[in-house]
Ligand binder design. Structure first.
Ligand code: AKB
Length: 314
């Protein structure tokens, strides 16, 4: 395959920042255009401001930079989405439709759409959740991602758009902070442990959720995008799994590194969201189709998080 010319939307988000850097390492800075509605001081060029609802500007950018692959990350997450449901639907779903239309019109080679465990709901089996299950999400974020998966599948079947998607669990990394998600606690807890020695958690001690280290999330994203088209059998979101833990379990892991660390619990509305998601995921389809496998568990992730965060924070 020739070197791709890539557009990343939402490049300043938690995953976008790390993914953009990795794509630039792989394909060269000038072949990866970062776009977002805000610019971070440390962003390297090329960068363009882009509101994903501005269809005309997106088309112009695609032409100007001769883009042939899109990683469409721009979205509002589960907790923040609940503060403004209509805006969230508009950005998450109408933004996706605009990008899918552009892929069709411009014959874009490949597109990536991040889905999430937020597509699951109270009717979904909670343990080892299979690939194809009832989806009845309760958040507008989950609704937009569930519908988004269906639209991706539709554009593939109807127009042949080569769209690929995974259902990310909660993502934990030292490089960037999440904004407005329900799984954010699992990043905040490491920062708080180093800075304050204490963390007040907005979920209950025993709320088990699927999680993944950033390195694995980036690896999965690049692997699925580099796979041959015939290996991709699922054109909505592939289930993806690495580890599952509760706030009490991650706190116990942190205590191994910081013995004086303490945690308290003050559950808020995010506990109600988390309670509708599942506890563990069966990702055998991704393992089978494009040979997915994670490298990090809770233990190795915690060692790596502290190694990097200590350099930044202390
Ligand atoms: C969130 O908590 O909203 C996200 C997700 C699981 O998609 N991290």
């Amino acid at each position: 395959m020739n070197t791709p010319r890539i557009l990343v939307t939402g490049a300043n988000g938690q995953i976008g920042r790390v993914l953009t850097a990795k794509l630039r390492e792989l394909y060269g800075n000038n072949n990866v255009l970062a776009t977002d509605i805000t610019k971070h001081d440390l962003d390297s060029e090329p960068f363009e401001f882009l509101d994903i609802l501005n269809h005309q500007r997106t088309l112009e950018i695609i032409d100007d930079y001769k883009i042939n692959q899109i990683y469409h990350l721009a979205a509002i997450l589960s907790a923040n989405g609940e503060w403004n449901p209509v805006k969230t639907w508009n950005i998450n779903l109408n933004g996706l439709l605009s990008v899918l239309e552009i892929c069709r019109e411009k014959n874009i080679d490949r597109m990536f759409f991040p889905s999430t465990i937020a597509v699951f709901g109270n009717t979904t089996p909670r343990l080892d959740t299979p690939q194809d299950v009832p989806l009845l999400p309760t958040t507008v974020y989950g609704m937009s991602k569930t519908s988004g998966e269906l639209w991706c599948n539709y554009y593939h079947k109807r127009y042949g758009v080569d769209v690929r998607s995974v259902r990310y669990p909660g993502i934990i990394g030292w490089q960037s902070l999440p904004a407005g998600g329900t799984t954010d606690y699992a990043v905040e807890i490491y920062h708080a442990a180093l800075k304050e020695g204490h963390y007040e958690c907005f979920l209950n001690a025993d709320t088990r959720l699927p999680m993944m280290y950033m390195d694995d999330a980036i690896k999965a994203t690049i692997n699925i995008m580099q796979a041959d088209p015939q290996e991709i059998k699922v054109r909505y979101g592939y289930n993806l799994s690495a580890m599952s833990f509760t706030p009490a379990e991650i706190a116990a892991e942190i205590k191994k590194h910081i013995p004086g660390f303490t945690i308290s619990y003050k559950p808020d509305f995010r506990q109600d969201i988390a309670a509708t998601w599942t506890e563990s995921i069966d990702d055998s389809k991704a393992r089978e189709d494009w040979k997915w496998s994670p490298d990090f568990d809770l233990n190795s992730m915690t060692i790596d998080m502290f190694k990097h965060l200590k350099e930044i924070i202390l």
